[in-house]
Design a protein around this ligand. Structure first.
Ligand code: PLP
Ligand code: ZN
Length: 429
């Protein structure tokens, strides 16, 4: 292989260089994968997630010290009767070195994605998000000056804040729901120079999230037997599986892939239902009363209606390959698991992370796991209370507000075009 990595299509088997490519050039309906020249994992003395740069689709690194942190749990492990529980925490927790100031593992995705795009000269990134992803990209923008277009439902705009001023964000709010934001985001990407983030298809997103598995395995000295995470799109689960395969090929961490134990929050649990029914596609009956169900969950970052479930290399394949399991967690169970975690480990959790803790407690109760084996708990977010005490908070001000179903007509096109031109001028100044 010439160079650091190639992209490979698991459909037709072709390999090709990365041009911020999201899809197979031959049109296969798959998730592309990165193949790195480096077969062994060597942690670098670089900040945060860039410690794992060898297995990230970037050439350089950002000077951002925000990566996953892993430790051997004492309090929660004792409470649950687990002999080997590694917690990998993504969020703000200065005592443990947790420097993700927007408090979720979406920063693991945002950093390599922003850098990959810059290195490939592909343009300005557009992200549609109802919360954590948008905030993570705004933060990376604030820290590095990378321009980003973020489209969110108007009602969710309050979730977009940063801990440093972010002056290169074009925030567009849409009077509608998350799906309306996605639709308008697609409109915005019709402007030359703006490219979609790509969701699960974005290899930088998956390899960034995969650093949780790398960090946890390095801390424990081996691959875990079980991996626990709460999922909405399931991208983190796919990423964990891919990273585990890489570690297995490295040879020093064991060869058995961890079982994926993935959880969703009742009453909106489409992947759990599709899994239990043995379905390759998610159908309407997996999401009865979708809107009302979404409104009732505690962890609303887990409410994705179009997860990469049945696609080749997607969540279902990851579960099948690893002999995994899915859990449906009720709000009350998640809340009490969050309280248990705060009492035993002394940090507050994102509701989604509390769902994962609840699933772990259930797995123990029901005897789904061997309590002596190695568990990796992906704590995908937390430390909001600490962050609110310690850090400055800058709300991201909307640049435009549009109605649901808007198209990119003359005025909107001109406004966003003008913003884009300003970014380009700033970049060359
Ligand atoms: C996005 C998110 C998840 C779910 O991640 P996916 O792997 O993309 O499904 C879980 N927890 C938190 C805190 C998140 O922000
Ligand atoms: Zn292909």
């Amino acid at each position: 292989m010439n160079g650091k990595y190639l992209l490979r299509c698991p459909g037709c088997g072709r390999s090709f260089p990365d041009r911020y490519t999201l899809d197979c050039p031959s049109g296969c309906d798959v998730l592309l994968r990165t193949v790195y020249a480096e077969r062994r994992l060597t942690p670098r003395s670089l900040p945060g997630v860039f410690r794992y740069k060898d297995w990230l689709p970037v050439e350089g690194h950002l000077k951002v010290d925000a990566g996953p942190v892993s430790y051997e749990s004492v309090g929660l492990a004792r409470e649950l009767g687990l002999s080997n529980l590694t917690v990998t925490f993504s969020g703000y927790w200065p005592e443990r070195g947790g420097g993700m100031e927007t408090c979720s593992f979406k920063e693991l995705e945002a950093q390599p994605t922003a850098l990959r795009l810059r290195e490939k000269g592909a343009g300005v990134i557009q992200v549609s998000s109802a919360g954590n992803t948008g905030r993570a990209f705004c933060q990376v923008s604030g820290l590095t000056g990378t321009p980003v277009v973020v489209v969110v439902p108007t009602a969710a705009a309050g979730r977009l804040w940063t801990t440093v001023p972010a002056e290169n964000v074009c925030l567009i709010t849409v009077d509608g729901d998350y799906s309306d934001s996605i639709a308008f985001g697609r409109e915005v990407c019709s402007l030359p120079g703006i490219v979609p983030e790509g969701g699960a298809k974005n290899v930088a997103r998956r390899d960034g999230m995969g650093t949780v598995m790398l960090d946890g395995a390095l801390a424990a000295g081996r691959l875990p037997d079980y991996y626990f995470q709460a999922v909405g799109s399931g991208t983190g689960g796919i990423a964990a599986w891919e990273a585990a395969e890489r570690l297995a090929a490295d040879g020093r961490f064991g060869s058995r892939l961890p079982e994926l134990h993935l959880s969703q929050n009742l009453p909106f649990v489409p992947m759990v239902r599709a899994w239990e029914a043995g379905r390759r596609t998610i159908v309407a009956e997996d999401m009865p009363d979708a809107e009302a169900s979404i409104a009732r969950v505690y962890a609303d970052v887990l409410t994705n209606r179009h997860p990469p479930w049945g696609i080749r290399g997607g969540v279902r394949d990851a579960l099948l390959a690893s002999g995994g399991r899915m859990y449906a967690v009720a709000n009350e169970g998640a809340r009490s698991a969050g309280r248990l975690f705060a009492e035993t480990e002394e940090i507050d959790l994102d509701p989604a992370a509390a769902v994962a803790v609840a699933s772990l407690a259930r797995a123990v109760e029901e005897g789904f796991i061997d309590q002596k084996k190695q568990v990796l708990l992906n704590v995908t977010g937390g430390g909001y209370q600490r962050a609110a005490e310690d850090l400055d908070r800058y709300p991201v001000e909307p640049f435009l507000r549009v109605a649901a179903g808007s198209t990119l007509d003359g005025d909107l096109r001109d406004d966003i075009g003008a913003w884009l031109a300003e970014q380009e001028v700033a970049a060359y100044a």
